[in-house]
Design a protein around this ligand. Structure first.
Ligand SMILES: Nc1nc2c(ncn2[C@@H]2O[C@H](COP(=O)(O)OP(=O)(O)O)[C@@H](O)[C@H]2O)c(=O)[nH]1
Ligand SMILES: [Mg+2]
Ligand SMILES: [Zn+2]
Length: 379
């Protein structure tokens, strides 16, 4: 009998080993393990969210993907994290119980959550979690727009993430290197890659982002060429792509779901549908990272709290006047700064409102108690 016991233990540990190897392939590490250990619920196993279709989730532990549902408490409790692509979760059978704390997340202001066009969004949308790099993908066709790249880069930095800019469809431009140089002028220190998915050029340089255990995601407009790039890097058509309607240069919606793809290089890519509205969400000061040139001149402004709009002795304005900074770049900076300011203000306001409501509730309670006491004294 004793031999079978030993064998069972052995199979057990082989099983655990295999599970662990599968998880590590998906990016599992000591940080997540520590979170799991702290929960102390040995019956719940970790898994990663590798597919999101509305409220249906696909999870993986490194082997066969499985469909999963979400425990009711995640739906109803606004304080609970709700799973997104790239999240690590605990599951009991095929029910997602908890979302483990995220290392980071790509977050934006939810589309349609701002009342007027210029208003700060009132809700956030988590696009993907636990990322190593975010590819900002921009096609060198009509999609190309420096200001939009600035906005994406700020969004990425604002989330505490590292961007890399992928200029794709290089085959469609007569002087792609000149465009790359322009981008260099607005994205200091951000890796810039010129690629053509069609001609398969520039792909090899991207592979260092895809080494084992790493996760990247791609953002960019619909039709930018994200899914095509993913397919090329994969070496097969794993994602569907769409033709751009030539009349308006805008792509059709082809990717409506989010999938985490295990790449042959060892890393993982989360494909995203095109984002039409790139609203920022409050976070780290993304503009400081995205506009180091302006921040550099700002140190020499006469006033330490200079807004670089109209103050005397503003070194930033001077830099614009003598051509050290492009006027459009400063406009873009002001615009993004203003957005972040309104976001912060909105959050401050809603915090104050919660506080106020809290005290109102207490005042009501006190009144109620007083009333009861009075009644008690009378009766
Ligand atoms: N000429 C050219 N066309 C491309 C390239 N990459 C993508 N496309 C085309 O651009 C369109 C949109 O591509 P897709 O990958 O679906 O864009 P997504 O919406 O960002 O995923 C498709 O018709 C692709 O064939 C490229 O490198 N060169
Ligand atoms: Mg796509
Ligand atoms: Zn100034």
């Amino acid at each position: 009998m004793e031999t079978t016991m030993i064998d069972e233990n052995r199979t057990d540990s082989i099983h655990t080993n295999r599970l662990m190897q599968g998880l590590i392939r998906l990016g599992w590490d000591q940080t997540f393990q520590a979170h799991l250990d702290k929960m102390n619920q040995p019956t719940r196993l970790p898994a990663r969210i590798i597919g999101v279709r509305k409220n249906r989730f696909t999870i993986s532990q490194g082997d066969k993907p499985r469909l999963a549902t979400v425990a009711g408490k995640l739906h109803h409790n606004p304080d609970e994290r709700f799973p997104v692509a790239g999240d690590w979760v605990t599951v009991a059978d095929t029910v997602i119980q908890t979302v483990l704390p995220r290392k980071n997340a790509l977050v934006r202001g939810a589309a349609g959550s701002r009342g007027k066009q210029d208003e700060a969004p009132s809700r956030k949308q988590v696009i993907a979690a636990n990322l190593d790099t975010v590819f900002v993908v921009c096609g060198l066709d009509r999609d190309f727009n420096l200001r939009r790249i600035e906005r994406y880069v700020t969004l990425v930095y604002n989330c505490g993430l590292s961007p890399a800019i992928i200029l794709t469809k290089a085959d469609l431009h007569a002087h792609p290197e000149a465009i790359a140089a322009d981008v260099e002028g607005i994205a200091f220190g951000v890796p810039i890659h010129l690629v053509s998915a069609k001609e398969r050029s520039g792909l090899l340089e991207l592979e260092s982002n895809l080494s084992a255990g790493r996760t990247i995601t791609m953002i960019g407009s619909s039709g930018a060429g994200k899914s095509t790039l993913l397919n090329r890097l994969y070496g097969a058509a794993v994602q569907s792509t769409g033709a751009v309607s030539s009349s308006d240069g805008k792509g059709r919606h082809t990717t409506t779901t989010r999938d985490l793809i295990m790449m042959p290089q060892g890393g993982m890519v989360i494909d995203n549908p095109g984002i039409r509205e790139i609203a920022l969400w409050d976070g780290e000061d993304g503009t400081a990272h995205a506009f180091p040139d302006i921040e550099h001149f700002a140190q020499e402004c006469r006033f330490s709290d200079c807004t670089h709009l109209h103050e005397p002795g503003c070194r930033v304005q001077e830099a614009v006047a003598n051509g050290e900074i492009e006027p459009d770049r400063l406009t873009s900076y002001h615009k993004l700064k203003r957005e972040l300011f309104y976001l912060a203000e909105r959050q401050q306001k809603s915090a104050e409102r919660v506080e106020k409501e809290h005290w109102k509730a207490i005042a009501l309670k006190v009144k109620e108690i007083k009333k009861k006491k009075r009644k008690g004294w009378k009766g």
